[in-house]
Design a protein around this ligand. Sequence first.
Ligand SMILES: [Zn+2]
Ligand SMILES: [Zn+2]
Length: 189
Amino acid sequence: MTGDNWMLDSGITCSYDGDVIEYTDGVVVMLVIKPFIVEGQLLFFDVKTEDEDDYLYEPSFFHAKNWEEIDEQFRTYVGERPELLLDGSVLNCTYCKSGILQGETTGIATFGEIQRSQRNPDLKTYGNHFENLDRNPTIICVACLMDLNNDVQEIWPDGVCHADECPEGTYVRCWRSGCEGNCQNKIPE
Ligand SMILES: [Zn+2]
Ligand SMILES: [Zn+2]
């Protein structure tokens, strides 16, 4: 850090170009969640590791202009993929339009900015806080999330799936109705 810019350094880097995100930059945060309806309200729950201690998929941050680039590339990549519509879906994927059921692993990309929180009197340090400035976040179904991560922009090096299913199973959502591939959802012969 040189000059006066350290004042603006949020300490968070962009997952696309590795550059520092400043407090005044437009930012897109990508979270992996599971949607559930609780008392009539659609709520998003973090996807946690088995011991519930940590994120299974670390939240990632992008400069808004870089996310636009990724978004455009991915729209081209998805093209006219047939959508999987279904009854009972609580969300639809922004890219392939497929329905998403309660409890299914889903990506949410939200525009906003990183703000400096109030100084914490005990720790004498500043924390960061993400201010959501977007009422219509981008919704990404698990099949699109897998393709985005594998072929357009790697975000999670260990890959993305819903419940340890096989990659073909992620496309057909084999946890719903069984799998032609070879995983725990395989339909018995
Ligand atoms: Zn999709
Ligand atoms: Zn499978």
